[in-house]
Design a protein around this ligand. Sequence first.
Ligand SMILES: C[S@@+](CC[C@H](N)C(=O)[O-])C[C@H]1O[C@@H](n2cnc3c(N)ncnc32)[C@H](O)[C@@H]1O
Length: 310
Amino acid sequence: MNHIPVLAKEVIENLNIKKDGIYLDCTFGAGGYSQLILESGGIVYCCDQDITTKKYFNDLSAKFPNKIHFFHTNFNFIDEILAQNNIEKLDGIVMDLGVSSMQIDDGGRGFSFQKDGPLDMRMNQSDENLQSAKDFVNYASEENLADIIYYYGDERDARKIARAIVNAREKEEISTTSQLSNIVKKAKNFNFKQKIDPCTKTFQAIRIYINNEMNFLITALQKLSKLLRIGGKILVVTFHSIEDMIVKKFFSSLDKGFYNSNYELLNENFYANHQFKMEKKVITPSNQEIKENIRSRSGKLRIIERILDE
Ligand SMILES: C[S@@+](CC[C@H](N)C(=O)[O-])C[C@H]1O[C@@H](n2cnc3c(N)ncnc32)[C@H](O)[C@@H]1O
């Protein structure tokens, strides 16, 4: 099934789209946000590190010729690509983090514990330098496994799970999602009454680690916030408490002017000008949206606006 964009109405309403304004969609996916921006008269530059999303771009580009431009890249590098394309300023930036429904539903990508497939989890399968989840699970130390599962998964049983992984891989290589999910279920004494699947947190943690999601989020936000025009906003939809915390803390530091534009910490007597205003309220999906799209349930939208130039 194609991805249903989460909090789409709220994102578009808050973006204040201007005709022929330039908007960056950092996480194109199936192009849900991009399409709405185009329909409201904006011009879209978009990227996705997963090349399989290109087909959705081709469809949109046929409907809106010359109004949308796609780049296959991690959003951490999109600032350089925009510069090469002579785009110096943006009227708005959207990020819709995590994985898409297409990625989860395709067992061959290895993101899902509900579908058997190779333990891969790389969003960018063309990047040969990225290690797969299989490499990580089979070669990482027990301590690293436990730390990643604990910190990126908020998983209380991380140490037990790491031990079980190490015991299992001594007998045979762990190469599929069902092997890993059976190991986790056993380690956590899975019982069918539990509300969330016992594998959710472990799979999420490994995915976040493999794709280096937290670090790219921080560096991209730092670089992209410099490109906003006055009145332009960054809107980020997160699905994970650490992601949300990163966005919240980063937006607060911009709002308060803790750093200059090179992100050098300033003495409190020399706070930078207040160039940004953060929307204090976090926006979450309505009950109706959650009913229609259960994957939206943990979505949180945070917004910041540039109010003054550097
Ligand atoms: C939740 S989906 C976005 C769905 C999209 N808003 C829509 O309406 O279809 C997230 C997408 O972002 C991509 N992605 C995640 N992290 C990325 C990154 N650091 N750089 C580029 N793309 C990324 C994923 O490959 C995935 O296709």
